[in-house]
Ligand binder design. Structure first.
Ligand SMILES: Cc1cc2nc3c(=O)[nH]c(=O)nc-3n(C[C@H](O)[C@H](O)[C@H](O)COP(=O)(O)OP(=O)(O)OC[C@H]3O[C@@H](n4cnc5c(N)ncnc54)[C@H](O)[C@@H]3O)c2cc1C
Length: 358
């Protein structure tokens, strides 16, 4: 019998992490695998991501911990303020050190992604392969790509994010056979729109938080009729990761970002259609400008000028806009297909916690 063949859909954090696990299998248990990634080029989008302390032993097992430790900062707590500067509370994150012997860590997502990429042979990642359909039977599983190519394997791992094409194909099949719970076909909740970025290197004299060896996540919960959140966190190389945004459909019916309403409704309606989504993007510069201009004059209650100062210190290509989805699916596998990461349990990555989904 030949080696087991595995296809991985998506070269995000989940897809790369599972590929590294397969790379680490002992010689007599090796499998053949390929990652099919829709992007033609992997770009450096995103802001800060935090990893829960419980993930660190896994990073050690994968052999990536020394590199990740170098690009990350340990995190002791979340400090939350109102827009007027009054304290709302703190969330202890230092318990990880006593419970697990590690602090939770925070780092720039583009750096984490490129470290993981470095541990997967480039011959195993095929770019420009957008999966549009999948099929499976007793003999194997097939992935059909937008460029009309077809890949066959024994097992398919859907690591293709919140709008997973693999999940949609699997669910269609399970639903047709009466094997899918109704809650798995309800739409993804999609009501948060944010702009995220990573600043250029800043002066620690102007931004003393950059000197923190064990850092804090600073969070602002602001606005009354138009609630918004802002967070900022120090990263290595004297940079700050930040996020500014809010609900796209506030409780009084007004949007945090007025022009986003149509888009939010649109994305919601198409939450199960892989051809339409609201992924991380730097392309919609007008939308980014609009959100930034609404927020730029607000004073930062943590004392570093206005949000505009933060935005102005961020190179344009390091700013992206995203609408956050939130949904946990009950069905994570079926036949020869299994889902991982955001494809099956997507939660709002508030505080850069998206990575903890992996
Ligand atoms: C560009 C980007 C920037 C992000 N930045 C942040 C951040 O700053 N902070 C934070 O907390 N979280 C961020 N996230 C989210 C965070 O990475 C995820 O929540 C978490 O890592 C789970 O990742 P995942 O691999 O399951 O899904 P994702 O990170 O969404 O990766 C899915 C991958 O699958 C690919 N893909 C999608 N559809 C198809 C298809 N049909 N065929 C083939 N490939 C496909 C995508 O291009 C992507 O590479 C970001 C995600 C992306 C994609």
């Amino acid at each position: 019998m030949g080696r087991t063949k595995i296809l991985i859909a998506g070269a995000g954090i989940s897809g790369l992490a599972i590929a590294i696990m397969l790379e680490r299998l002992p010689e007599d248990k090796k499998v053949d695998y390929l990652i099919l990634e829709r992007s033609v080029m992997m770009s450096a989008m995103g802001s800060a991501v935090s990893l829960h302390t419980a993930v660190i032993p896994l990073l050690k097992q994968l052999g990536v911990w020394p590199e990740i430790e170098r690009i990350s900062k340990p995190m002791s707590h979340f400090c939350i303020k109102r827009a007027d500067g009054s304290e709302l509370g703190t969330v202890d994150y230092a318990y990880g050190d006593s419970e697990y012997s590690y602090y939770g860590i925070v780092m720039a997502r583009p750096q984490l992604h490129s470290i993981l990429m470095g541990h997967v042979p480039s011959s195993k990642i095929i770019l420009g392969k957008r999966i549009v359909a999948t099929s499976q039977d007793d003999t194997g599983v097939s992935c059909h790509c937008a460029d009309s190519t077809i890949y066959h394997a024994d097992i398919l791992i859907g690591a293709d994010g919140a709008y997973s094409a693999v999940r949609q194909a699997l669910y269609k099949d399970l639903w047709a056979h009466g094997n899918l719970p109704r809650q798995d076909i309800s739409p993804i909740k999609l009501d948060q729109v944010v702009v995220v970025g990573i600043t250029e290197p800043l002066s620690p004299t102007d931004y003393p938080m950059l000197k923190e060896d064990v850092c804090q996540f600073r969070i602002v919960l602001g606005g009354h009729d138009r609630p918004y959140t802002m967070w900022m966190v120090p990263l290595t190389n004297n940079r700050l990761g930040w996020s500014i945004g809010g609900r796209s459909n506030a409780s009084d019916g007004s949007s945090f970002w007025s022009e986003s309403q149509e888009e939010a409704t649109d994305s919601y309606a198409y939450a199960h259609d892989s051809s339409r989504n609201a992924d991380w993007s730097e392309a919609e510069t007008e939308s980014i400008d609009e959100i930034c201009s609404q927020m730029r004059s607000k004073r930062n209650p943590f004392g570093f000028g206005t949000y505009g100062d933060l935005i102005d210190k961020t190179p344009r290509h390091m700013i992206s806009k995203v609408m956050f989805e939130e949904k946990g699916f009950r069905t994570w596998y079926g036949g020869r297909t299994v889902l991982i990461g955001d494809a099956c349990h997507k939660s709002v990555p508030f505080g850069g916690c998206g990575e903890c989904n992996v």
